[in-house]
Ligand binder design. Structure first.
Ligand code: FES
Length: 96
């Protein structure tokens, strides 16, 4: 099931959508939790956040706009082999 969100996109079954922006961050909209590697929540403070993917932000995991100053370049969508590769988490377990 999906539904329209305020950003003009469609949310996934969990109620959130992640949008990949050309030369910029990942925008997350909807109902989501951001957690650290130990599972501890990182307060987002809002229903739409920008996550850094350039590695230059001073407020990681959030974007602070540094991607613009550093000339970060990346497509606004999927690229490479991973985009069409099957999800290993969805593959059946190997026979023993
Ligand atoms: S993507 Fe914006 S600071 Fe890294």
């Amino acid at each position: 099931m999906s539904e329209q969100n305020g950003g003009g996109g469609t949310t996934g079954p969990g109620g959130a959508v992640v949008s990949v922006y050309e030369d910029g961050p990942l925008i997350v909209r909807g109902d989501f939790v951001i957690a650290d590697q130990d599972g501890q929540p990182i307060p987002a403070g809002r229903r739409t956040v920008a996550l850094c993917r350039c590695g230059r932000s001073a407020i990681k995991p959030f974007c602070d706009g540094s991607h613009s100053r550093t000339g970060f370049r990346a497509p606004g969508g999927a690229q490479g082999r991973r985009a069409t590769a099957p999800d290993p988490a969805e593959e059946p377990p190997a026979a023993s």
